[in-house]
Design a binder for this molecule. Sequence first.
Ligand code: FAD
Ligand code: EPU
Length: 349
Amino acid sequence: MNIHTQIEIKKGISLKPCHTFQLEASAKYWVEVYQPDDILKLMDTPVFHRETRFVLGGGSNVLFAGDFQGLIIKNSIPGIEILSENLNHVVLRIGAGVVWDDLVKFTVDRGWGGLENLSMIPGLTGAAPIQNIGAYGVELEATFVSLDAVHLESGIPESFDRKMCRFGYRDSIFKRSHKGTYLITHVTLKLNKSPEVNLDYGNLKEILVSEGVINPDIRDVSMAVRKIRASKLPDPAVTGNAGSFFKNPVISREKFESLRSIHSDIPSYPSGNKVKIPAAWLIDQCGFKGKRSGDAGVHEQHALILVNYGKATGREVIGLASTIQKEVRGRFGVSLEPEVNIIGEDNAL
Ligand code: FAD
Ligand code: EPU
């Protein structure tokens, strides 16, 4: 039973503990929703109609350029429900407020395959479709069935199947034409009861072999992914960050060949008739790794991760990101597009 019967709009809330970059910023108004009906209640308030709105999950992919002069709607819709099950598959409907990695553990513990490569990604389930989260050779879309969302102007609940979401690499319709228009309330995923493991990416296989695992199951894969991630990504609880700051650029084969003729060691991943290149390598080559500008910096172990060493402001981080973009464009002729959602329109990169 849900104990939250009233919605409570709070004023002047610090956003520092609510996002992983841990920047000093505040929100003019803040409200938490625990069930879809709360959104309808919220829509009856003048604040909802008067203020600019922003839907927040775990705050692990946002950068507040400054104070947010509007209403933050924090999604906290709980629950994991089995919708259907047979010998081969299980279909789960998950509340958007469920912590993503709790869901991964829940499924891996039961031997239900599909999410193990996505272990340890911060944030909540409701945000996972927004950029079609991906890691270690798997993207959300592989297990995605549909999502339920409420349209924030009409209050009408709608469902989106996989095709309607128009998933791409770190992309969906919710980052484009439907940006900021819906609050996702539930996500439905189909998992495999006789899973095959996916070890195609990077050094997953090597890690498992080095641990003496010969026939890995999804638990082994999840553990290996956790191990790799813990060794190379900064823990946001210790050092503020939002994971990869930029997307990996996807360029034409022609452009790639011209880059390779000058930089023979450039890493690459074929992606259809295009080539994806690691933004980390481009930034690293420009000498940014470990560099600091005030309290904003480029992580010492990973050039794609911008960090807050304590008192960085959103503007400082954006300034550093902009310098990086200019350098990379000047040296390689490649544009870096932010993966992180920058909140504060006039400060967009
Ligand atoms: P937020 O940061 O709160 O929000 C992100 C965006 O989604 C915002 O635009 C917000 O408005 C929107 N949104 C959130 N919830 C809803 C909702 N219910 N309805 C509508 N809109 C919503 N990402 C990867 O893909 N792969 C990785 O390997 C990865 N590794 C990371 C490692 C670290 C250390 C960190 C800090 C981040 C990493 N990320 C990664 C990025 C991030 O974890 C994911 O994008 C995650 O899905 C964001 O979830 P969140 O709940 O924190 O979303
Ligand atoms: N590299 C460098 N310098 C560095 C770090 C990396 O040159 O400082 C080069 C190396 O050649 C390395 C390559 O970049 O092989 C790729 O690095 P890594 O394997 O760490 O992956 P990534 O491309 O930086 C992507 C995702 C991550 C995801 C991992 C694993 C993007 C933008 N990022 O990182 O997602 O966890 O692959 O699949 O696609 C995120 O989205 O926030 C995120 C962390």
